[in-house]
Design a binder for this molecule. Sequence first.
Ligand SMILES: *Cc1c(COP(=O)(O)O)cnc(C)c1O
Length: 462
Amino acid sequence: MKYISTRGQAPELTFEEAMLTGLARDGGLYLPAEIPVMSQDEIAALAGLPYEEIAFRVMWPYVSGSFAEDEFKQIIARAYEGFGHDARAPLKQLNENHFLLELFHGPTLAFKDFAMQLIGQLFQVALKRRGDRVTIVGATSGDTGSAAIEAFRGLDAVDVFILFPHGRVSEVQRRQMTTPADSNVHALAVDGDFDDCQAAVKDMFNDFDFRDGVKLAGVNSINFARVLAQVVYYFSAAVSLGAPHRKVSFTVPTGNFGDIFAGYIAKRMGLPIDRLVVATNQNDILHRCLSGEGYFKGDTIPSISPSMDIQVSSNFERALYYAYGEDGAAVAQLMDELKSGGFNVSQGAMEALRENFDSGRVSEDETLTTIKHTLVHSAELVCPHTAVGIKVAEEDRAADVPMITLATAHPAKFPAAVEKASGEHPPLPSRMSDLYERPERVTRIANDLGALEDHIRRHIAE
Ligand SMILES: *Cc1c(COP(=O)(O)O)cnc(C)c1O
């Protein structure tokens, strides 16, 4: 399988190369040159299999040129062995035709573990084989950083440095980043906000001396390997509700469009998905765009579902690529217009998007009410992101098609909002109930590129 850029001007790469590179040289995002299709019989045969086996069958065509069969099976086994639930992604029923897909049983209690745990193992095997090592640097407002640290801790081909804004992440999120004791993990509390952290990481990638010197690598949500890992649970959930003999729909709390784009890939692979519903909070650029108002940036407004506080959804570029008939030049042009504020989507591309995607937006009040309502009517305490999904799903439901809403984080990751809404304090799962007692290890550092680069250079293993 070859991988091509959404902007059509970068060299074709193998899976392994695309994974290690992240962003394409023309600024685009990598996609498989062709999306493999599974037959109805192959999909039907997934029913009842262990999650790891479904993961192997769904992802194998994408990676087969880069990994051996047994090697890939072991990578998958290691990726998901630390999950706190044997089903990995269990389904729960909310009411007669609405189901919750619980994606928060990984080590950091959010769905990002599905992709990050896999990419950690993939990096380790690929780098070992090359006799190489890399330095992963990322900025986080909370969930991504802790997922990356859990995924890469203890792997000897990688050092991982995570920049987070000092004093501006939740205590659970901070402790998840500062308590791992492995020497290749480095949590940096930056005196600045999230945008400062992100800008610093960007500046490091643009400082070619530094970038080459420390062999900088990124694992943000544009990495195709992350999208691929997320395709798997669309299959596992749909077949357990009767696919391919019955259609299902999904509602996805969305920020960077990575998770829902994985659903679109599953659909193109032959999974009978009826609707893919984008659920946004008040940061609603995607909802506005899918409502026909064009794709125009607004100011990001902080919300109680902070992992969705995004105004430019990086993975939306991939959806545009298909909506524009795989025309890289057209995508490059749109992304150019985005730099000066935004663009209108052509009529043909709008029709293509509407064939697959619906959307809805949820206010802060509605999010709180939905948490309460879900506890009262379905005996489930849900996180604010999940509540955004549930609210939109209830509005978009068709009577004859089961709706599956993705539960993207555990309520205990966002205790303040959950308690405010429901009056109940969400406890941490018992396997991490000592999180508040574990010693923390963190370096507080100035928001200064020179200081950051110097710190990283001095702390990577030789
Ligand atoms: C990252 C995240 C999202 C948004 O996912 P995207 O792939 O960026 O659309 C939603 N909920 C939670 C809890 C997250 O951590």
